[in-house]
Design a binder for this molecule. Structure first.
Ligand code: DGJ
Length: 739
């Protein structure tokens, strides 16, 4: 079992071959953090590390002690992991070690997304119980270590074992005290259509981090932080990653104190949170995942990828190749008829597309975004035979059929709002703020979740539907629930998320064959919480290929490429007006779950031929593109090109994307990753890329894995200078045998 407990020294050691995490019960009974990093020998205990954690073993200085789950009010002046308000108004607590349990496997969290263990021996759990006698509070800290991955899942449960109600004012999922601050911090930030921009900053004294208070995780930030040593890069160096399995208001922050130690915290954003704990009640925080690498950021990302791909995503779509889809949104927006959709679908079928998705505008009287959310019945002006009729016709063409919904929303102009104006979130005596002409349904109320489940389930059951796109196009304002007492209004945002997760759980259970794709105006709620229910998410409303290089690079820091939809759209691009060659657009979209978002009836015969070839190529390498190990070989900033590689057992595909041509640049040596240096590989170029005769001479044929990784592919000066802007190339690298 990779968790040991040394009774004499009161030391817990969670370990595997690539990570050690050591917790020590201090002489005061408080629980200290001794070590988190590269593996240490499991058969030794580490008193010197514990001493460092506690200042002085005999008289610990709480202001510098490294705590495992720091409390407020007794001398640790850094930010606490939790704040509890007692019936007398005091917020002082000092929980101490009470007991612990060690067991194989990983328990689920009621109502919340969580990683899971599937095979015997793949994960072990430590439950560490702390108690604060004066308040009656018990805190159970859960730690699960995965046997084959340098990753630990953490969360906390608060239980009121006293006689009076208690109020939780803050409850982090993870708090980690690191002994130094010699790190650089990376987070991903952005805006609508500009999500996942990589932001790197030095870790200096003070507070650093990201948070959301919008009700969703947001376009502007993501529940994720990365710390890397200053010299670490994609292929080497030490890094720690932190990711929160949550889709609502969160905080992910680091505090560097005057002793240069760093306290990392992730959890529900306490600025918009409080929770009443009645006698006998308990509260579970969402789960946070900590990953560690000594081998650079690509390795760190791959740890998250494999966990999220295979131990977060659930159901039959987890390991299944995702269909190539056509979504009608950019092709028609709200303006379509059944005839138009069928014409589009017929061409889609010819091209090799497998799934036709009908986006927004099919219900109520929705000719624009000003009405009808909540009225989940087909608009028979546009669809005379309803969803069932359309779906049958589409499936008769040999395509699967998918449908867009936005179940958490209600339009002011809708039948549902006429019947239930009080179902929209709003604060008493104040007008509701409209965003995209819509309000948010109060998903913290069970009767509303039940109603939405019933109507959406009815639509899905009425037709041969195999895919659902679940959108969410606004954030929450005037947070207040008519279903909550005044002293529970601080629970609203979290209860909203519990309601959304409940709806997802019920719909995914009722329709296990359906592939769900989550969306929030693109990447407004692209987080691990959603991935537990929807294996795919629409990464961004920005379909411009150049923009996607940056967005997909940022997302790849933590999310696997199977989790993001990436579509080829028309030119001029609807978001940027840019015109880029079809082959380059396809090459960027291949790295992900490929789709098309255009009107295929408007394609020229040449374009159709090209797309047919592209789709056939994608399908031949789909497993590698969707599930291969993902490497960032070069990132758009600071390089003037981007390069990615995906690798499966049999093959790798590397993509090189030059942005703007610049004269007289030296050639690029594109060093591949993750190959076996002792094997021979055959390298070929994608016939549809922009290669010229010499490129084949330089790069194609049999090459050693050592040569490809240490010397690299040669992209000579003509690649990087003369071939114009937005020029790309794909290399296919197949294993052949020993050198
Ligand atoms: C926002 C999504 O991101 C788009 O793809 C599209 O579904 C629209 N909403 C529809 O309103």
């Amino acid at each position: 079992m990779p968790i040991s407990f040394d009774q004499e020294n009161k030391e817990f050691h969670l370990y595997n071959s690539s990570l050690s995490y050591i917790i020590k019960v201090l002489c005061t009974g408080s629980v200290g953090q001794a070590y988190c990093g590269a593996p240490l020998a499991p058969y030794r205990f580490h008193p010197f590390l514990a001493a460092a954690a506690s200042g002085d073993a005999f008289q610990p200085d709480k202001s510098t002690t490294r705590f495992e789950y720091p409390a407020f009010g007794t001398g640790d002046y850094r930010t606490p992991a939790f704040v509890l308000q007692l019936p007398d108004g005091s917020t002082v607590t000092e929980p101490v070690y009470h007991s612990h349990a060690l067991y194989a496997g990983k328990p689920a969290i009621p109502g919340l997304p969580a990683l899971y263990a599937e095979r015997t021996g793949e994960a072990d759990t430590l439950e560490l119980t702390l108690s604060d006698a004066p308040s009656g509070l018990r805190i159970i800290l859960y730690y699960t270590i995965f046997a084959d991955l340098p990753a630990i899942a953490r969360r906390s449960r608060f239980a009121n074992e006293g006689n009076e109600p208690l109020f939780l004012r803050k409850a982090m999922s993870l708090s980690l005290d690191l002994p130094d601050s010699d790190w650089r911090m990376i987070s991903v930030a952005g805006a609508w259509a500009r999500e996942f921009q990589i932001i790197e900053s030095p870790l200096v004294f003070g507070f650093h981090g990201v948070k959301s208070c919008k009700g969703n995780s947001g376009h502007q930030q993501n529940p994720f932080l990365l710390l890397k040593r200053p010299t670490a890069g994609d292929c080497s160096g030490e890094a720690l990653g932190f990711s929160l399995l949550y889709s609502g208001n969160f905080t992910a922050a680091v505090e560097v104190d005057s002793c240069s130690s760093s306290r990392v915290q992730l959890g529900v954003n306490d600025e918009t949170f409080s929770w009443k704990l009645e006698k006998g009640a308990s509260f579970d925080t969402p789960e946070a995942v900590l990953a560690y690498s000594r081998n650079g950021l690509n390795h760190l990302s791959q740890v998250f990828h494999s966990l999220y791909q295979s131990r977060l995503v659930r159901g039959m779509w987890r390991d299944k190749e995702r269909p190539v889809l056509l979504n009608n949104w950019e092709g028609t927006y709200f303006n379509f008829t059944e005839r138009k959709l069928l014409d589009m679908a017929a061409v889609a079928k010819e091209l090799g597309i497998e799934l036709f998705v009908l986006d927004d505008g099919w219900f109520g009287r929705r000719d624009s975004d000003t009405s009808s959310l909540g009225d989940w019945f087909a608009d028979t002006r546009k669809l005379p035979s309803g969803i069932a009729g359309l779906a049958e016709k589409i499936t008769a063409l040999g395509l699967q059929f998918g449908l867009w919904i936005e179940p958490e929303m209600i339009s002011k102009k809708s039948r549902l709002f006429e019947q239930h104006p009080d179902w929209a979130v709003g604060a008493p005596g104040r007008s509701r703020t409209e965003q995209r002409h819509q309000y948010v349904l109060d998903m913290s109320r069970r009767e509303i979740v039940d109603y939405i489940f019933t109507v959406i389930a009815k639509v899905i059951a009425s037709a041969p539907i195999s895919y659902i796109k679940w959108d969410m196009n606004r954030s929450i304002t005037e947070p207040f629930s008519l279903g909550l007492a005044p002293d529970r209004q601080g629970e609203f945002f979290h209860r909203y998320m519990l309601g959304v997760y409940n709806l997802y759980e019920r719909l995914t259970k009722a329709f296990p064959h359906i592939l769900f794709e989550s969306c929030a105006s693109g990447g407004g709620r692209f987080d691990p919480g959603m991935l537990a229910f929807a294996p795919q998410a629409w990464l961004s409303d920005n379909t411009d290929a150049v923009e996607r290089l940056r967005i997909q690079s940022g997302a790849s820091l933590v999310y696997p490429q199977s989790s993001w939809g990436s579509h080829v759209s028309a030119v001029p691009n609807h978001q940027t007006g840019r015109k880029i060659a079809l082959s380059f657009r396809a090459m960027a979209a291949f790295f992900g779950a490929l789709g098309f978002e255009l009107d295929p009836t408007e394609l020229s015969p040449e374009e159709k031929q090209q797309i047919m070839t592209y789709i056939a190529f994608y399908k031949a390498h789909r497993k590698t593109f969707q599930y291969g190990r993902f490497f960032r070989l070069a990132s758009p900033d600071p390089a003037f090109y981007t390069a990615w590689q995906v690798s499966s057992e049999e093959e790798s595909v590397a993509g090189f994307y030059k942005l703007l041509a610049q004269p007289n640049r030296p050639p690029v040596r594109l060093r591949l990753a993750g190959l076996d240096p002792e094997l021979l590989y055959s390298v070929s170029l994608w016939e549809e890329g922009g290669f010229e005769a010499n490129d084949k001479t330089y790069n194609c044929g049999l090459r050693g894995g050592d040569e490809l990784m240490y010397a690299g592919l040669l992209l000579d000066t003509t690649y990087v200078t003369k071939r114009g802007d937005f020029f790309g190339e794909l290399f296919i690298i197949k294993k052949t045998g020993a050198q």
